[in-house]
Design a protein around this ligand. Structure first.
Ligand SMILES: [Zn+2]
Length: 308
């Protein structure tokens, strides 16, 4: 009998990325389906199951050939019962029983983590983490996502809220208001919108973060100060995380990281400034490598380690 494969679903606001992988984390096949947000997201589980069975049948296989399924969910997952909270963008009520419903629908064990944690597991396993079991991922996009992997396992905390790096307070006084309700979160100054916020504070306007980086490259002093501040806040947060978990690698991904050395060089200096020297000895800063595949690869890893 052929070796069993893993199934992985990465549920996003507009599409659901789906894949079959080997137990070594190689993608056998991947595809995606649209996310149907109508009826409070009630059709999503059925859509996933139908597509899963159809693609499995296309390969001449049945569920017997699948070890388990891993899922990246668009909100914190309860580590005990697999319910999802904070996925209001796709219509699910807090406490949505995703694990139970999916296990009934595809008749396989299902393991769930939030999407940022899955991306961190993916990068740890097959991406920039190159198998190092102690990796912290920071994704700089419209928000700031994060995941902390320690000894190969994601740190979930009591109710799945661990590793919310974007909500580390980096500006304790007069910080911008964050979507989470706090002020001064990392996300308010280091995301794409955060960079625009900082530029506005300099009395300047830019449509997006990319433009701020372009202005900085062209010599705009205000834009240069903004990028330095962004690097400072990120370095402060990363240094403090490194002191707690002592990782081998910090992996930086997301659209903002495309700015490359303009951000990563000053960031490296601030990380060094704020990290305990012994932790710094073993730490390196890496760019994420897996792009959009990080979520399904991490979800597959989760399914693998939770099953064996
Ligand atoms: Zn926040």
């Amino acid at each position: 009998m052929a070796e069993k494969r893993l199934a992985a679903f990465d549920i996003g606001g507009t599409s659901i990325k789906m894949a079959f992988l080997t137990t070594e984390g190689d993608i056998i096949r991947k595809w995606s389906i649209p996310t149907d947000r109508s009826d409070s997201g009630a059709r999503i589980v059925g859509d996933i199951a139908r597509s899963f069975y159809a693609e499995l049948a296309a390969d001449g296989l049945t569920t017997v050939d699948v070890l388990a399924a891993g899922v990246g969910a668009p909100g914190p997952a309860d580590p005990i019962d697999g319910t999802i909270s904070g996925a209001v963008n796709i219509g699910w009520q807090n406490g949505y029983p995703l694990k139970k419903l999916l296990e009934e629908a595809i008749e396989l064990p299902v393991f769930i983590e939030n999407d940022a944690n899955c991306a961190a597991l993916g990068e740890m396993w097959r991406g920039a983490g190159s198998g190092a079991g102690d990796v912290v991922c920071v994704t700089l996009g419209t928000g700031v996502g994060g995941g902390v992997v320690s000894k190969g396992m994601i740190i979930t905390g009591v109710n799945g809220a661990a590793g919310e790096i974007g909500h580390i307070t980096v500006e304790p006084e007069n910080g911008f208001l964050c979507n989470c309700g706090k002020h001064g979160c990392l996300e308010t100054v280091a995301s794409a919108t955060g960079i625009v916020n900082l530029y506005k504070q300099e009395g300047k306007e830019a449509p997006d973060a990319r433009t701020v980086f372009e202005h900085a490259a062209a010599g705009d002093e205000a834009a240069k100060r903004v990028i330095d501040r962004c690097a400072f806040y990120l370095g402060l947060a990363i240094g403090n995380i490194a002191n707690i978990v002592n990782p081998a690698k910090i992996v930086i991904g997301g659209g903002v990281s495309e700015a490359g050395e303009a951000l990563l060089l000053p960031l490296e200096a601030y990380v060094k400034q704020f990290t305990f020297p012994r932790a710094m000895d073993v730490l390196s800063l890496e760019k994420a490598q897996l792009g959009n595949d990080a979520g399904v690869i991490g979800a597959a890893y989760l399914a693998k380690v939770m099953t064996v």
